[in-house]
Design a protein around this ligand. Sequence first.
Ligand SMILES: [Mg+2]
Length: 288
Amino acid sequence: VPSERDILDRLRRFSPGIGDDCFVYRPSPGEELLFTTDLLIEDVHFRRSTHSASDIGYTAAARGLSDLAAMGAAPRFLMLSLALPKWADSRFAGRVFAGLREHGVPLSGGDLSHAPLLICDIVACGSARRGTSLRRSGARPGDSIYVSGSLGGSALGLAIGHGRALHRHLRPEPRIALGEYLRARKKATAAMDLSDGLSLDLARLCRESGVAAEIEAPPIFPGATIEQALHGGEDYELLFTSHSFVPLLHKGVPITKIGMIVAGQPGAVLLNGRKLRALGYDHFARQK
Ligand SMILES: [Mg+2]
């Protein structure tokens, strides 16, 4: 079992704020702060057979950062609480931190403990100009619906366990630059990140906005099925609505129009004119 001091010494090398009782953040005037927290638990959200230590650190941070991207926030800092099982030594903890650091966002605090299973609890803080953060509730009939990138890659990677799709599953890229662009340029009326599958997440966005949606098939990750693209989780692409001009590409990330917001039963989604059931991530969990 690694000693707390051993792990803290590793942290101190790249996280100079660690050592005081609290981390002090001084927001600038006119800035609003956004916070999100996310749990990553062994055998619930990942397995040791698929995720290395650095994959775990990377993924924990990616999930929080994707939530910041969803609202157009610029990441400011991360906090990580880590509970380690007996098999995890301090080098393992160091590799978790290394995976987290791949995102280039400061790690400003956290906690260490022991548990029978590995548990990562991440807090991500971002900021935006006051009053400009993107919400799920702003979509209106007549808005176009867009997704970034392609969908289903993460579900495919989990299913087949190799290749580009597995990389996609282990190293999803939070769409931070795109989120900030959409917010700062007032391009999106509503936005969220796709963590639980398009069918479920689009229904959630529509419910928050009190509207319905009519879509066609989304862009599909090479090799994935339409079911994986519609219902597979953990792609961490952005889903947003807009009534202004949206480019087809932003900093190398494709943006595709997949449909329109319409008036109707809040949360109802039609795919090619047929009701799309919100199966989402739970469905895939049960199939495995
Ligand atoms: Mg989210």
